[in-house]
Ligand binder design. Structure first.
Ligand SMILES: Nc1ncnc2c1ncn2[C@@H]1O[C@H](COP(=O)(O)OP(=O)(O)O)[C@@H](O)[C@H]1O
Ligand SMILES: [Mg+2]
Length: 455
C-alpha cells in the first residue's frame, strides 16, 4: 500500500442541479419533495497512481477532470466509493479557487499556507522565497482581485510548490502565464519528480502531457475511458475532440473496447519518465542549440484583428521535439501553434501556409475539409494545432502563416490570422545539384554511350 500515492475505488460523484434557480429555494422552504436533477459528474472511477509517477489527465470540457482532482485534494467529497491519498498534497486548482480576492497577495500566502498545514513561522521563513518566485513586484501588497490572471497563477504556483508536496496537483493553470514563467514552473515540477514526488497534471497541451507524464488517462462524460501511455491517450483524446458529433458515440465505444482489451501494462509499472522530463526542460530552457537561430524571427508578422480567438506560440519542432528554425531538406517536421478561444465557435478549421521571402505561396494545409471542422469549441478553451509536414523545399528562407476559421454568432469568420507567424531556413548543402524552390528529388546521371575517337 505504501507504494500507492492515490487510490480511487468505484468513485462516483453526483451533483444536484436545479433546472430553475428558484427551485433550490423552494426545496429549502418546502422540504420533502426534491426538485433537483441528479447529475453524475463521475461514474465508477477506479484509479491507482503509484508514488513517483506523473499522471496526465485529459478530456473534453465538462468531462469531470476538475471534479476528480478536487475529490483527490479533498475540496469535494465523493458520493460513493473509496478515496485514499498518502502524503502531503498541494494543489494548483483552476483559477479563482484557493485565494480570497479581498486579501492582498501577502495575506493570501499566509491564508493558503495555513490551509496547506504550514505553521506560521514556516510561512514567515518561506515568504521571501515565495514572493521572489511569483515575481509580481509590489502587487504582493495589493488585493488579489486587482491581479491579472497571469499574476494570479504566478502567486498560486509559488505557494503550491513552497510546501514541498509529496503529491502536486495542477489543474490547467499553467496554460496561463508567459513562456519564461512556465519554464520556471516546469523546472520546479521536474524538481518534484526528481525527489520522487507524485504529480497529477490536467492539461490541454498535448505536448506537455506527452513529454512530462509517465502515464495518462482520458475522462469523458465522467467515465474513465482509457488509461495508458501519454502518447496513446493523447492521440485518442485528439480523435475525440476532432470527431464530428455523429461519430462521437461510436468512437467512445471503440476507445472503451480498446482499453479493456489492452493488458494493463501501464497500471503498475514503476517506470518514470525523468529523462524525458529533462528533455522538455531542455527544450523550454534553451532554444540556443545549433538548429535554432535566434535571429530568424520575422519582423513582418501581421496579426489581423482577432475575433474570438488568439493564435499563440507558432513554432516548428523536429522529431526530437526541439523547437528549431533551421530545417534540413527531406526531413519531417511539425508546425504547431496554440489557439485561445475567447468566444464559442462552431465548425472550426485551422490552417497553415508556407511562402517564399517574396510572398509566393508554396503550399499549405487545413485541418478539415471545406465546410467541416471541429463541431464546437467553447469559449475559454485552448487548442494546440499541429501540422506534420515534409520539408520538400530547397535551401533558402521561408515564412509560414497561421489561421483559424469558424462560425461565430452565426457567420463564418477568420477568428485570427497571423501572416508571417514564423520563419525558417532550409540549411544550405555543399555541391547541391538541384535548384530553385521545389525539391523533386532529382537525381542526375550522365552516361557515356559511345566513345568518340579523337585524332
Ligand atoms: N458544483 C457543481 N454543481 C453542479 N454541477 C457541477 C458542479 N461542479 C461541476 N459540475 C458539472 O460537472 C461536470 C464536470 O465538471 P468539471 O469537473 O469541472 O469538468 P472539467 O474540469 O473536465 O472541464 C460539468 O458538467 C459541470 O457542469
Ligand atoms: Mg476543469
Amino acid at each position: 500500500m505504501s507504494e500507492i500515492a492515490v487510490s480511487l475505488k468505484n468513485v462516483s460523484k453526483c451533483f444536484k442541479r436545479y433546472p430553475h434557480p428558484a427551485d433550490r429555494l423552494k426545496e429549502l422552504l418546502f422540504p420533502g419533495k426534491s426538485r433537483a436533477e441528479e447529475f453524475w459528474a463521475l461514474r465508477d472511477i477506479n484509479l491507482e497512481v503509484i508514488k513517483g509517477q506523473t499522471l496526465g489527465i485529459v478530456g473534453r470540457n465538462g468531462s469531470g477532470k476538475s471534479t476528480l482532482l478536487q475529490i483527490i485534494v479533498g475540496t469535494l467529497t465523493a458520493t460513493t466509493g473509496e478515496v485514499q491519498v498518502n502524503g502531503r498534497v498541494s494543489a494548483l486548482l483552476e483559477l479563482g479557487s484557493g485565494f480570497n480576492p479581498e486579501f492582498t497577495g501577502r495575506q493570501n500566502v499566509f491564508f493558503n499556507g495555513r490551509i496547506l498545514g504550514l505553521p506560521e513561522e514556516e510561512i514567515e521563513a518561506k515568504f521571501d522565497e515565495i514572493a521572489a518566485f511569483a515575481d509580481i513586484g509590489d502587487f504582493i501588497e495589493q488585493p488579489v482581485k486587482t491581479y491579472s490572471s497571469g499574476m494570479f497563477v504566478r502567486l498560486a504556483f509559488a505557494v503550491a510548490i513552497s510546501v514541498n508536496p509529496d503529491i502536486l496537483v495542477v489543474d490547467e493553470a499553467l496554460a496561463v502565464g508567459d513562456e519564461a514563467f512556465q519554464r520556471k514552473c516546469f523546472a520546479r515540477i521536474q524538481g518534484i519528480q526528481e525527489r520522487g514526488g507524485t504529480i497529477l497534471f490536467v492539461s490541454h497541451a498535448a505536448s506537455s502531457v506527452v513529454e512530462l507524464c509517465d502515464r495518462a488517462i482520458l475522462i469523458d462524460y465522467g467515465e474513465l475511458l482509457l488509461s495508458g501511455s501519454p502518447k496513446l491517450v493523447v492521440s485518442k483524446y485528439q480523435k475525440l475532440i476532432y470527431a464530428p458529433p455523429d461519430k462521437i458515440e461510436e468512437l467512445r465505444h471503440e476507445i472503451r473496447d480498446f482499453n479493456s482489451q489492452k493488458l494493463s501494462i501501464y497500471s503498475q509499472s514503476g517506470v518514470t519518465k525523468r529523462q524525458i522530463g529533462t528533455k522538455l526542460i531542455a527544450k523550454l530552457l534553451q532554444k540556443g542549440h545549433d538548429l535554432y537561430d535566434p535571429g530568424l524571427v520575422p519582423k513582418t508578422t501581421i496579426s489581423y484583428i482577432a475575433q474570438g480567438a488568439k493564435i499563440e506560440n507558432p513554432c516548428i519542432t523536429n522529431k526530437e521535439g526541439k523547437v528549431i528554425n533551421i530545417l534540413s531538406r527531406g526531413k519531417d517536421y511539425i508546425y504547431s501553434y496554440e489557439v485561445k478561444f475567447t468566444e464559442t465557435a462552431y465548425k472550426v478549421q485551422f490552417g497553415m501556409l508556407i511562402k517564399t521571402v517574396s510572398g509566393f505561396e508554396l503550399g499549405g494545409g487545413i485541418s478539415h475539409p471545406t465546410g467541416d471542422g471541429v463541431s464546437c469549441i467553447e469559449s475559454g478553451t485552448v487548442v494546440k494545432v499541429e501540422f506534420k509536414f515534409s520539408c520538400r523545399i530547397l535551401p533558402g528562407v521561408y515564412f509560414v502563416n497561421a489561421g483559424v476559421l469558424g462560425i461565430v454568432n452565426g457567420s463564418q469568420t477568420y477568428m485570427d490570422r497571423l501572416i508571417d507567424a514564423a520563419m525558417f531556413r532550409v540549411q544550405t548543402e555543399e555541391d547541391l545539384l538541384v535548384n530553385t524552390i521545389v525539391d523533386f528529388n532529382i537525381e542526375p546521371s550522365v552516361l557515356l554511350m559511345m566513345q568518340q575517337v579523337t585524332a
